[in-house]
Design a binder for this molecule. Structure first.
Ligand code: FPP
Length: 244
């Protein structure tokens, strides 16, 4: 957890970047293409961004790939997104492994098709010992659901006598979130000009610098990533303290 004393000098790249990848649909529609074409190009942008983060020395990258609310989309679009995910997990595993990337998935994976759950488990196991970038993909993820699950687990521990109610601290809650062991994001980027968190990492973004870019996700690449990092560097992070 960040504290008022851990000020960031911004000399180093942000340790943890989180991204809300938005605008795939608009990218496709503006070209007269089906929405799935935008998601396919979005998957290319994921590949480029993972590579760039590794090269820039970012330690943690967390991507919002499918929210717990995305099930409300038409069934064929949901299916297209799931097929892309299968493809990504199968095809990229070798590259992730050779580049030292460690893959983690957060979200309610029990709600995903069982073959996708298997692919996730295999990819997590195959990359678990890698020491490079930790790539966390949020799938069937919702920040409020994550907090509710943590509260339920803590309540069970209280009723089982494992912890006293007044011993519940922010650190105890963090240890029950799915992001346990991952530092809070320093920088959160949302593409496509929308200015919302949309239920992403609600607890973890308390002190995160938010950068919004009008670029649509399929057009996002290393150049746009570096621009967002420059914007982040121009900010002064005070964690609730004062600047003087
Ligand atoms: C938002 O665009 C994007 C998504 C809901 C899905 C993100 C998925 C990918 C980038 C592809 C696969 C991911 C991985 C990890 C391989 P939108 O459809 O909401 O765009 P719109 O707001 O313009 O309609």
């Amino acid at each position: 957890m960040e504290t008022a004393t851990s000020r960031d000098t911004h000399a180093a790249p942000p340790k943890h970047i989180a991204i809300i990848m938005d605008g795939n649909g608009r990218w496709a529609i503006s070209r007269g293409l089906p929405r799935v074409a935008g998601h396919q190009r979005g998957a290319d942008a994921v590949r480029a961004t993972v590579r760039a983060c590794g090269e820039l020395g970012v330690d943690f990258l967390t991507l919002y790939a499918f929210s717990s609310e995305n099930w409300k989309r038409p069934a064929d679009e949901v299916q297209d997104l799931m097929s892309l995910l299968r493809l990504y997990l199968r095809r990229e595993l070798a590259e992730l492994a050779t580049n030292g990337v460690r893959l983690r998935v957060i979200g309610d994976r029990a709600g995903l098709d069982s073959d996708i759950q298997d692919l996730i488990r295999e990819a997590e196991e195959a990359t678990a010992k890698n020491g490079g970038l930790t790539l966390t993909v949020a799938l069937n993820y919702g920040g409020r659901n994550e907090i509710v699950a943590a509260v339920q687990e803590i309540a069970r521990e209280v009723s089982g006598g494992l912890i006293e109610a007044n011993a519940i601290t922010a650190s105890v809650i963090e240890a029950h979130l799915q992001t346990d062991g991952i530092p809070d994001p320093d920088l959160l980027i949302r593409t496509s000009g929308e200015h919302r968190l949309s239920n992403f990492l609600l607890w973890q973004t308390a002190y995160t610098e938010l950068v919004f870019t009008p670029v649509l996700w399929p057009d996002f690449g290393r150049k746009e990533l570096e621009e967002s990092i420059r914007e982040y560097r121009r900010r002064e992070r005070r964690y609730g303290g004062s600047s003087t």
